[in-house]
Design a protein around this ligand. Structure first.
Ligand SMILES: Nc1ncnc2c1ncn2[C@@H]1O[C@H](COP(=O)(O)OP(=O)(O)OP(=O)(O)O)[C@@H](O)[C@H]1O
Length: 752
């Protein structure tokens, strides 16, 4: 059992890591804001310039919704340039005149904002020609008048709201676990789940749940059924481990239906809006009373009916708020001079603002009542982990909380919903992408190489073409301990953050080395395999594509459903003999070893970052682009629809080169690994980029990224890379190269 000192050390470590991460995010944004001109920020996708206000409305929560567009007088096109604004982002509206060249050539938005007190808000909606910012005009420090200038710009700010909520969750959780009184002066005893999470007691024996009638009686395999049973029977915690394509969502839907049938209330969360909507989409057809909490603009269009906003609007009491909304809008219109009379001034203006203030208060009160009623009527509430900390769910308790994509969520963000429930089901795959953590990003130096002239690509068949019928040779288990440094937190590994399966620190509360160690990882190390069920049949990949990840990451337990095991690109037209050489192989490897197809560094160091449009320092490889281009052209010429082809590469600079080279084939998906988790395509091409004398592989060392990249293809995976560089990156990469040599259709590239 963890001692109070151990508990304190654990929470202190969480606080420290979160503070570092918050700072890293603020530094990144403020560095850009203070160093870059507005123009440069727009180029980087972090600002929109030359905007005008087209409307100000009242939205949910009594917030002012400021709609901005590019006025035709100042722009030849109303369309925004590429940008990174997403609903939920924090943004500031600044006066364009104080940031314009006229005012000061070198003025940055940060400097300008000091002068013009820009209005801060949250991006509510964004299309390719309009951005709507929700501003809480009643917030202290915000001018009730709003007073938005005629010409303005919008800049993106660091979003600290999530950190605030995580900090609050850490405080609440630590108080509960350490028996410290809260603001009300009372202490709250930890519930059984919380005791298990922090090593105060071991998980209880599973409940007897009797025989289960599955809703999806024929559509669940044995491991999925075991996972459903584990999730229902576990009194405190269950982990569902879903490797790629194994039906994690499919299984969770069954779990949720079973919980509804047992009259349990359930808070279903995901690390991202996409994860939540993915589940919502699959739950809607079952017609269970559910509600989606969160920014309506972030929810996929087809699912709007399920949102709290939409249900509140359709409720019987909606008229109560609509009347007030109209009154506020009318008053605001008069105040801005939009009415028939003159723009009110002086005392009259002040009086009207006071009225607006009162009306806003009343609006929020009535809206709160409606929201409560709507949430009361739902058995299942869906939200992101962070969204579960919003006021709509304040003081609400649930029987069960489910966190999907838990291996991509920071531990503290999971505590936000966990504080509302007494039982927890975590689902995810800790062997795919970890949560994005800025504060531990290694700064790796790039090797600048003179660029080798692009050689004409020649394809020479490997000396040992593989028979299609032959079973793939399983790769040998990788000796993880010899290649991975420990993180310092015993039981986790450096490059995967994964628990070492051989190490179960039963009941031991280990402070994490980094935020990449997730709650899923920690629970696995702490309580061992008893609380976990892995889904072991995959429904995505040809069995050869699945063989290497299965053998090296999933202890050879991942098998292929017969419906997909032998799928090939030739399935579309098996009679086309000419296409066999291109389409008939599930794994193709273009090995550029010895070709001197060296990588190039694009400026400074910005490995694989895809969050901004800035790409200084990312790496690229023009010769690989040529190979990929020719291969993709071949695929398309043999009838593979471009929509069924994805190109994945670890570097944003290579994404840019590939995109430019393949503009003639619209519909192709080209991106970094971060954007493709959860996706699948018939054909996937991976461009590994790294090729250098120093044998540096950077990003590629990360097994989890590589795992995501190599498990997206249904029918064919084509790898382009320099085995002589890659094999020296890590023991895992060496095994992969060896495995490819034995099992792929290897094509050497080089002189004719
Ligand atoms: N028992 C099953 N029988 C037949 N098909 C199944 C079964 N389970 C899952 N599938 C199919 O497998 C595919 C993947 O399922 P699902 O989307 O639930 O997987 P996932 O694990 O959530 O995926 P991801 O790898 O993206 O996380 C879907 O097309 C689904 O219909």
């Amino acid at each position: 059992m963890a001692t109070p000192e151990q508990l304190e050390a654990f929470f202190d470590r969480q606080r420290q890591l979160l503070a570092q991460e918050r700072q890293a995010e603020i530094d990144q944004t403020s560095l850009l804001l203070s160093n870059c001109s507005a123009k440069l920020l727009e180029k980087k996708g972090l600002a929109l310039l030359g905007l005008g206000v087209v409307n100000v409305n009242i939205g949910l929560g009594g917030k002012s919704l400021v709609e901005l567009e590019r006025p035709s007088a100042h722009h030849s096109s109303p369309l925004f340039p590429p940008h990174t604004f997403r609903p939920g982002d924090l943004a500031r509206i600044d006066d364009a005149s104080t940031t314009s060249k006229k005012a000061s050539k070198s003025k940055t938005p940060a400097a300008a904002s000091k002068e013009n007190f820009g209005v801060e808000g949250v991006v509510y909606k964004v299309s390719n020609s309009r951005i709507i910012i929700a501003v809480d005009a009643s917030r202290p420090g915000t001018n009730e008048d709003l007073d938005i200038p005629e010409h303005c710009i919008v800049v993106k700010l660091a979003n600290t709201v999530t950190y605030d909520r995580m900090d609050q969750a850490v405080e609440r959780m630590s108080k509960i676990m350490l028996g410290i009184a809260g603001p009300s002066g009372n202490t709250q005893a930890p519930n059984a789940l919380q005791r298990v999470l922090f090593g105060q007691s071991s998980p209880s024996r599973p409940d007897d749940i009797g025989t289960i009638q599955f809703f999806n009686s024929e559509g669940l395999n044995e491991s999925q059924k075991r996972a459903v049973k584990l999730a229902l029977a576990a009194p405190e915690i269950a982990l569902i481990h879903g490797p790629p394509g194994t039906g994690k969502t499919h299984t969770l839907v069954e779990v949720i239906l079973q919980l509804v049938a047992r009259n349990k209330s359930c808070l279903v969360c995901g690390a991202s809006n996409l994860a939540v909507d993915n589940l919502l989409e699959r739950l809607v057809p079952h017609k269970i009373p559910l509600i989606r909490v969160g920014h309506p603009a972030r929810v996929l269009n087809d699912l709007h009916d399920a949102t709290l906003d939409s249900q509140a609007e359709r409720s019987d009491q909606a008229q109560l708020v609509n009347d007030i909304k109209k009154e506020i809008n009318d008053l605001m219109n008069t105040l801005s001079g939009g009415g028939k009379g003159k723009k009110p001034r002086g005392a009259e203006r002040k009086k009207m603002y006071d009225e607006v203030k009162e009306l806003r208060k009343e609006y929020r009160k009535r809206e709160g009542t409606i929201v409560s009623r709507v949430v009361d009527g739902a058995k299942i509430v869906l939200a992101t982990c962070h969204g579960a900390g919003g006021r709509q769910l304040f003081n609400r308790a649930f029987d069960v909380v489910i966190v999907d994509e838990a291996a991509q969520a920071l531990e503290a963000v999971c505590w936000i919903p966990i504080l509302k429930a007494s039982k927890l089901i975590l689902a995810g795959d800790p062997l795919q992408l970890p949560p994005t953590v800025l504060s531990t990003k290694e700064k790796k130096s790039g090797t600048v190489k003179a660029q080798a002239p692009a050689k004409t690509m020649a394809r020479a068949k490997a000396t040992k073409p593989k028979s299609q019928k032959a079973e793939p040779e399983p790769a040998k288990e990788v000796d993880e301990s010899s290649e991975d440094e420990r993180t310092g937190a015993e039981g986790y590994m450096q490059d995967t953050g994964r628990p070492k399966t051989s190490i179960t620190k039963f009941g031991l509360l280990i402070p994490p080395k980094s935020l990449e160690v997730t709650l899923f990882d920690r629970m696995e190390v702490m309580w061992g395999p008893e609380i976990k069920q892995m889904l072991d049949v995959q429904y995505r990949m040809n069995t050869r594509i699945c063989a290497f990840p299965s053998a090296t990451l999933y202890s050879s337990k991942l098998t292929s459903d017969p419906s997909v095991a032998n799928r090939l690109l030739t399935d579309r037209d098996p009679t086309n003999d000419a296409a066999q050489d291109t389409l008939g192989h599930p794994i193709v490897f273009f090995d550029t070893a010895g070709c001197e197809f060296f990588e190039r560094v694009d400026g400074g160091d910005n490995e694989g970052k895809s969050t901004t449009l800035n790409d200084e320092g990312s790496k690229c490889n023009v010769n690989e682009v040529e190979i990929v281009k020719q291969w993709v052209n071949d695929l398309v010429n043999y009838g593979i629809p471009p929509q069924e082809i994805a190109i994945i590469t670890p570097y944003q600079a290579q994404v840019s080169l590939l995109s430019a080279a393949l503009t003639s084939i619209p519909g192709l998906e080209i991106g970094t690994v971060d954007g493709v988790q959860g996706r699948e395509k018939d054909a996937v091409v991976i461009s590994l980029v790294r090729s250098n004398d120093k044998r540096e592989v950077g990003f590629l060392k990360e097994k989890r990224r590589l795992n995501v990249a190599m498990t997206r293809a249904r029918k064919q995976l084509c790898i382009v890379g320099d085995s002589s560089t890659i094999r020296h990156g890590s023991l895992y990469l060496k095994k992969w190269m060896e495995w490819l040599e034995e099992n792929a259709d290897v094509r050497f590239v080089g002189d004719n």
